[in-house]
Design a protein around this ligand. Structure first.
Ligand code: ZN
Ligand code: ZN
Length: 456
């Protein structure tokens, strides 16, 4: 079995992985990475798909592990014009992908297969078993990829959340059964591999929100990632329980809500007000806003709120804004700019790292070292290929994997061609995979990329 990681190694984002067996190829995830400073106007970085031309006829499709930008963000930019292989995804992930394609009128040009969490299917010589996980988005799955040469477990992003609020906890029994049957190699999330962390849960964040709404009299805004549907639901349920009206702000927030509602993931969660402007005129203790923009994005809802945009209730002294997310490295300055405007207005800011009566206002969606060790005990792979992290994360993960008893843990680089056989795991060489810098239009909207030569 051949593996080519394109992205996610030594960089955050752009997680693409190619698997090859018996002349056929499969792509797992197609995300974007965000540009460093000094790339003015560049909105996203992706592998240039033209390098796939030599294997295009044998590339059978793309399977998606979950709907985060660093795993699906390249799809609406590259499909169908630059690359148009069939896509397999869960109902939620496919819903999110489809909305984007639909906005560009490209939906019918892409072949889409929906699979349910936990189901199995076949793509050419690859037998796929999907495994239910927990993360910070609905329906994350690991993929057990079975071939004549052995089984690889591709975890995608995960954690062990005992009470994820939406969906069921991780299917540890299935992971153990895969381990019993024998796993040749595991490609696994390294985000928090360097630290031991307590097991955390979305249920704790819900408890923190309940406490927040119950004890504060002013207006409250909670800022989180739009795709963290469990957290949006927690804000809605606890806000309404405290007698508040809840509005969502941000197009991506409304997109996620629409997909989640259509799939029944928000059953029992009260409807939101149609517009944040409808919060105006209510008593301060009746206002709850759930919004995007926690990374300091200038056009997102939180920045508008901070600027005093008339479409939002006016926030000032006595009001609270909660940044219920981790600030992605590189965004600190942008976040500080927005936050200082709010502080200047007298708004109290609670950060994701803050605790409220000992309860977390944010929990990570990735496994700490202790959770990784438990996964290695369940799956018992012969070889470990740490992915999804910078070199520091990958090295810490490799050390942990060796301690957990793997025969070899390989810290590889992007575009390296790795061969896995029962005899060993070895880097054969490097693939020439250039990167593409994609731009947004003048409104900040994503523009599909149209290459001179389409890959069909
Ligand atoms: Zn990720
Ligand atoms: Zn993720």
């Amino acid at each position: 079995m051949l593996v080519v990681p394109l992205g996610g190694l030594g960089r955050i984002g752009m997680n693409w992985t190619l698997y090859g067996h018996d002349g056929a190829w499969l792509l797992v995830d197609a995300g974007i990475s965000f540009p460093d400073e000094g790339h003015e106007g560049v909105d996203a970085i992706v592998p240039d798909p033209t390098f796939l031309a030599p294997i295009r006829d044998r590339l059978l499709g793309l399977i998606v592990t979950h709907a985060h930008e660093d795993h699906i963000g390249a799809i609406d930019r590259l499909w169908p014009f630059a690359l148009n292989v069939p896509i397999w995804a869960t109902p939620f992930a496919m819903g999110m992908i489809s909305r984007r394609l639909e906005e560009q009128d490209n939906l019918d040009a892409v072949t889409r297969h929906v699979f349910n969490v936990g189901s199995s299917f076949k793509v050419g010589p690859f037998g796929i078993d999907t495994v239910r996980l927990t993360h910070s988005i609905p329906e994350p799955v690991a993929l057990a990829i079975h071939t004549g040469a052995g089984t690889v477990l591709h975890t995608g992003d995960w954690k062990f959340d005992p009470d994820p609020m939406i969906g069921q906890p991780t299917d540890k029994e299935k992971l153990r059964r895969l381990g019993d049957a024998g796993v040749l190699a595991m490609l696994c999330d390294s985000t928090n591999a360097h630290k031991d962390m307590p097991i955390t849960s979305e249920a704790q964040v819900r408890a923190a929100f309940a406490r927040l709404f119950a004890t504060r009299k002013g207006q409250i805004a909670i800022c989180c990632f739009a795709t963290n549907v469990a957290r949006v639901a927690s804000a809605a349920v606890t806000g309404v329980a405290a007698g508040r009206k809840v509005a969502l702000a941000g197009r991506s927030m409304r997109n996620s809500e629409a997909v989640a509602r259509s799939l029944g993931l928000l059953d029992g969660v009260p409807d939101f007000l149609a517009e944040p402007a409808h919060l105006k005129g209510l008593g301060k203790g009746e206002v709850a806003l759930v919004c995007t923009g926690g990374q300091g994005e200038e056009r997102a809802a939180l920045a508008r709120l901070a600027r005093g945009d008339r479409r939002f209730p006016s926030f000032g002294a006595g009001d609270t804004v909660v940044l219920s997310a981790r600030i992605i490295p590189g965004n600190e300055e942008a976040v500080e700019k927005v936050v200082s405007k709010l502080r200047h207005r007298g708004v109290e800011i609670l950060m994701g790292t803050d605790l409220l009566n000992g309860l977390p206002l944010h929990v990570s969606g990735h496994p700490g070292a202790n959770e990784l060790r438990e996964l290695y005990e369940l799956v018992r792979p012969r070889f470990a290929l740490p992915v999804h992290g910078t070199e520091m994360h990958l090295t810490a993960h490799a050390r942990l994997a060796r301690g957990a008893g793997v025969e070899a843990a390989l810290v590889t680089e992007e575009a390296e061609l790795i061969r896995l056989t029962p005899a060993g795991a070895r880097v054969l060489g490097r693939v020439d995979a250039p990167l593409l810098h994609l731009e947004a239009d003048e409104n900040g909207d994503r523009v599909p990329y149209r290459p001179r030569m389409a890959l069909g």
